[in-house]
Design a protein around this ligand. Structure first.
Ligand code: PLP
Length: 421
């Protein structure tokens, strides 16, 4: 991924062209944002029906008055829908409040303070390490660091983490877990294969309380007509004799309303009982009115798929435009590689080693905000300084194409400048 095949004269010409394009970009006075994977207003409008639910009929199917306290497990009718989508028995899936990130925070904190059902002592009693496939989700890494857990990086490949690297780490009893986004991973779009999931379920680990933090945030977020299925980690771990190993997270944040959705936690019966025991000190129950309106609005698993088809109709053209601009502007020069996700919210762009920070700075100076270089790596450190996460969902098509074109200009400017150094 360099200009090796080109003469210096040719690189100088390309550089001059990129400089000119960059000047024009600066003169356009843009203010564009490709940072966070937020749904666009058009996507939020798909769930407008939620705003008038549940109306005055506030009783759940079992007669529960959803307005009142209680019901720590969440409403059964909503759990049933997501149990089917996530491949987890209803009794082993809880519905909670609006953010799965909060469930990840809580379960890690409970483990640090009290240990898990399999822990000889609270995790926090000794140094704790977590395996972090990268590139990965920046908020997983921020949370892990915030709780004082050391992060060990392994490569995230197209079908999941590099298992040889994982195996080399789990002989250390301080290694208590691994982060994974199994379907349409943030930011690469990778899907963990059934084989890798089965291997992780059966992995021999020195820690008896090793956990797989299986964040299935994009389980039903397809960008093609193929409904990719996620490996059923709860069943796989149970069959492998490690029933308490997985904690499954999901939410409706990118199904209905990102700020007012419902989150889910799945795992073994023992894990669910452990969570409920601890969370009972933090809350008397979740927002059941919100859960009820979600159950009524979504209706069933097929209802969720139908809604996701609506999201796809809005999102897929944005991803296509993003990929087309990358192909047209960068493809001919062989200066970058990028992912072509079949679902999820991101495109992961790799620019020439050592230039990602420069590209992000150039874009910022031209009014285009990008996620900081390195954000997808533990401690914000991309060892090759090459990865940039692109989030095409939120901007309008016009803004997105302007931002992507500008980004391509910045990549070419940084790459040619480096080649001429
Ligand atoms: N997990 C992943 C992989 C994400 O990309 C995101 C949001 O971008 C979240 C979790 C956040 O989920 P929630 O809104 O349920 O906290």
């Amino acid at each position: 991924m360099t200009f090796d095949a080109l003469s210096r004269d040719r690189i100088e010409t390309l550089h001059a062209e990129a400089e000119q394009a960059y000047r024009t970009l600066g003169e356009a006075g843009l203010t564009l944002d490709l940072t966070r994977g937020k749904p666009s207003p058009a996507q939020l409008d798909l769930s407008a029906g939620l705003l008038s639910l549940p109306g005055t009929d506030f009783r759940a199917a079992d007669g529960t008055d959803t307005r009142n306290y209680g019901g720590l497990t969440g409403l059964t009718e909503l759990r049933e829908i997501f149990a089917e989508l996530l491949g987890i028995p209803v009794a082993q899936l809880l519905a909670a409040d609006n953010a799965s990130l909060a469930l990840m925070h809580d379960t890690l904190t409970f483990a640090m303070l009290h240990g898990t059902p399999d822990s000889p002592a609270p995790w926090g009693a000794a140094p704790v390490k977590f395996i972090c496939p990268a590139p990965g989700y920046d908020r997983h890494f921020a949370l892990t660091e915030h709780l004082g857990i050391e992060m060990l990086v392994v490569d995230m490949l197209d079908d999941g983490p590099d298992l040889d690297q994982v195996r080399a780490l789990v002989g250390d009893p301080a290694v208590k877990g691994i982060w994974l986004v199994p379907t349409y991973a943030n930011p690469t779009g990778a899907v963990v294969s059934h084989e890798k999931a089965a291997a992780l379920a059966a992995l021999e680990t020195a820690a008896p309380d090793f956990r797989i933090y299986w964040d299935n945030a994009y389980a039903v977020h397809h960008l093609t007509d193929e409904r990719t299925t996620t490996a059923e980690i709860v069943g796989l771990c149970a069959s492998a004799g490690n029933p308490n190993r997985p904690l499954v997270f999901a939410s409706t944040s990118k199904i209905t309303f990102a700020g007012s959705g419902v989150s889910f936690l799945g795992g073994s019966p023992e894990t669910i009982a452990w969570y409920l025991r601890h969370v009972a000190f933090r809350t008397i129950g979740p927002d059941k009115v919100n859960q009820l309106r979600h159950a009524r609005f979504l209706q069933d698993a097929e209802g969720v798929h139908r809604l996701m088809d609506g999201h796809r109709a809005v999102l897929a053209p944005k991803f296509e435009a993003t990929l087309q601009i990358l192909a047209e502007r960068l493809g001919p020069h062989d200066v970058a590689t990028w992912t072509r996700p079949r679902g999820g919210y991101f495109v992961s762009l790799d620019v020439p080693d050592g230039t990602a920070t420069r590209v992000v700075a150039l874009a910022k100076a031209a009014g285009i905000s990008l996620t900081p270089a390195g954000a997808s790596f533990p401690y914000g450190r991309d060892p090759r300084d090459r990865n940039i996460r692109i989030a095409p969902s939120f901007p309008s098509m016009t803004d997105l194409t302007a931002a992507m074109d500008g980004l391509a200009t910045c990549v070419l400017l940084a790459a040619t400048a480096q080649a001429l150094e």
